[in-house]
Design a protein around this ligand. Structure first.
Ligand code: NAD
Length: 375
């Protein structure tokens, strides 16, 4: 895409959502000035805010705005106000799952990058973290979470002691096209990064993994021979992520494997307020921080906007192909951290003195470092 105008659908959602969204808009304004691009915004309702205003967590107008945009930037949804166990009542999460489904977002990308200035926040020793910079590409709409499942009663031999009892099953199922498109996402991402893909499966046991491996290798040979491809069994990956995380560039894997591994990997960096994500499909992509709506600190001006700004960085990279702008934003964030500026959640008692700031001031610091020098 080489536009001079990008239209972004903003979904501020609930809790700290509106506060961190304002910082994203501010930063995009500075990036637009510097790189000669106009960003336009349309705000729409999602989650609890949408329930309050319309009775639905995902109003039709929001879907229309999302489909019409070049990208969707979502902050977070949910909060105690809308918690309910009544299945007849709308819940904010229905809005989140609904929009992912409506946009056909089959690839979830989560970068795991260590900011040197924050290494004290990790549970691993600094020497194990040297060079950690990976991208987990998780298949999001197939596999074990979407295959046939059932619970049956009255099954002979199922009860303790051998009588009739219950049996339950879930199915891990993949079609060739589903594997091929997620593998393509991973190879294309690797070309823009370190040029290496680890394809993670359980091919020594599972038939779906053997098909996975076959399709990944076929696509690799046909179109991506310039990218290094390595196979790894998922149990080994779980261990390698802690033993030597710097070996990974892009990791591509099945839905449930990716769910588990991305949570494990995210903790290498040690802070929820620093984790971004992108969900890609064939149409409009959606970008969001990995954290929730943090109702405990909403409205206090102390939320960390950096995961949201790192989600903006991903949007620039993957939806707008603005690599220079993405690099500029990444280094502005790095600079601010190296200078010692911290929001409360990433303050580290061991590395004082630190300069404590709130949401708006953190956004201002990043914006200032972006400057407005026209390219
Ligand atoms: P959470 O991520 O909102 O908060 C966990 C803890 O981390 C809290 O102490 C919070 O203050 C802190 N925190 C999170 N983001 C922060 C930030 N940017 N800056 C500073 N501190 C931050 O998770 P939770 O408390 O389990 O859930 C709260 C609500 O968010 C729930 O309603 C939940 O359903 C929802 N949720 C939404 C999403 C999403 O929108 N994608 C994801 C997870 C949870």
């Amino acid at each position: 895409m080489s536009h001079t105008n990008y239209h972004i659908c903003l979904l501020p959602g609930d809790g700290i959502g509106p506060e961190i969204t304002a910082e994203a808009v501010k930063v995009l304004g500075a990036l637009g000035d510097r790189f000669g691009v106009a960003f336009t915004f349309e705000e729409a309702l999602l989650g609890g805010a949408a329930i309050d205003a319309t009775g639905s967590p995902l109003p039709e107008a929001t879907l229309t705005a999302a489909h019409a945009a070049d990208a969707v930037l979502l902050a977070a949804i949910g909060g105690p106000k809308w918690d309910t166990t009544d299945p007849a009542k709308p819940r904010p999460e229905q809005g989140l799952l609904g929009i992912r489904k409506a946009l056909g977002l089959y690839a979830n990308l989560r970068p795991v990058k260590l900011f040197r200035a924050l290494e004290g926040a990790s549970s691993l020793k600094p020497e194990y973290l040297e060079g950690v910079d990976m991208l987990i590409v998780r298949e999001l709409t197939g596999g074990l979470y979407f295959g046939a499942r059932a619970r049956e009663t009255g099954v002979a031999g199922a009860a303790t002691g051998g009588g009739e009892g219950m049996r339950a099953y879930d199915t891990m199922e993949y079609r060739e096209f589903e594997i091929e498109r997620i593998a393509r996402t991973a190879f294309e991402a690797a070309r823009k990064r370190g040029g290496k893909v680890h394809s993670v499966d359980k091919a020594n046991v599972l038939e779906s993994s053997r098909l996975w491996r076959e399709v990944v290798h076929r696509l690799h040979a046909a179109e991506f021979a310039d990218v290094e491809l390595l196979d790894q069994l998922v149990d080994n990956t779980a261990m390698q992520l802690i033993r030597w995380p710097a070996q990974f560039d892009v990791v591509v894997t099945e839905n449930m494997f990716g769910d588990i591994l991305s949570d494990e990997a995210s903790m290498l960096t040690g802070s929820l307020g620093m984790l971004a994500s992108a969900s890609l499909g064939d149409g409009t992509a959606l970008y969001e921080p990995s954290h929730g709506s943090a109702p405990d600190i909403a409205g206090q001006g102390v939320a960390n906007p950096l995961a949201m700004l790192l989600s903006v960085e991903m949007m620039l990279r993957y939806s707008f192909d603005m690599q220079d702008a993405a690099d500029a934003l990444a280094s502005a964030i790095e600079d601010v951290l190296v200078e010692g500026w911290r929001t409360r959640d990433i303050a580290d008692a061991d590395t004082l003195p630190q300069k404590m700031v709130g949401t708006v001031a953190m956004g201002d610091l990043v914006t200032e470092r972006l400057g407005a020098v026209k390219q």
